[in-house]
Write a protein that binds this ligand. Structure first.
Ligand SMILES: [Zn+2]
Ligand SMILES: [Zn+2]
Length: 129
């Protein structure tokens, strides 16, 4: 029996890029999500629409409006650039800044840049320059 070729097919956000080892009797495939994540998923779950993304879809339904992380409060979500979501944030100092959602969530960026400037200044003073 010839196996159906599923590579290249797309279901929701998931594009099948390769076959994966079976999990028990279930055929699995390697998928790449629109967000860039790769995930091994049972083919049945994809075809039935039970799984639509690597998991990012569920996260993306959440709204971050008004939430604050460090000094940055989210005003609104701006449009996506490629597969990356961006948020329009307002810093405690009043500056607005567009930041990648992921970066904001991880707290990798804590301010519009004013914090870094301030800390840099303090470090310089401590070093006696
Ligand atoms: Zn994804
Ligand atoms: Zn700031």
């Amino acid at each position: 029996m010839r196996r159906e070729t599923l590579i290249g097919l797309k279901f929701n956000r998931l594009t099948i890029i390769a076959d994966a080892p079976y999990q028990g009797v279930d055929r699995c495939v390697v998928c790449i999500c629109d967000c860039g994540n790769e995930k091994i998923i049972r083919i049945g779950n994809i075809k039935s629409g039970h799984i639509k993304s690597c998991g990012c879809l569920r996260l993306e339904r959440d709204s971050y409006d008004g939430q604050k992380n460090n000094m940055l409060t989210v005003l609104e979500e701006t449009k996506m650039i490629g597969v990356i979501r961006y948020l329009m944030c307002i810093c405690d100092c009043g500056n607005k800044k567009i930041i990648g959602l992921d970066v904001w969530k991880r707290g990798a960026v804590k301010s519009c840049g004013c914090l870094v400037k301030k800390m840099g200044y303090i470090i310089k003073r401590k070093q006696g320059r």
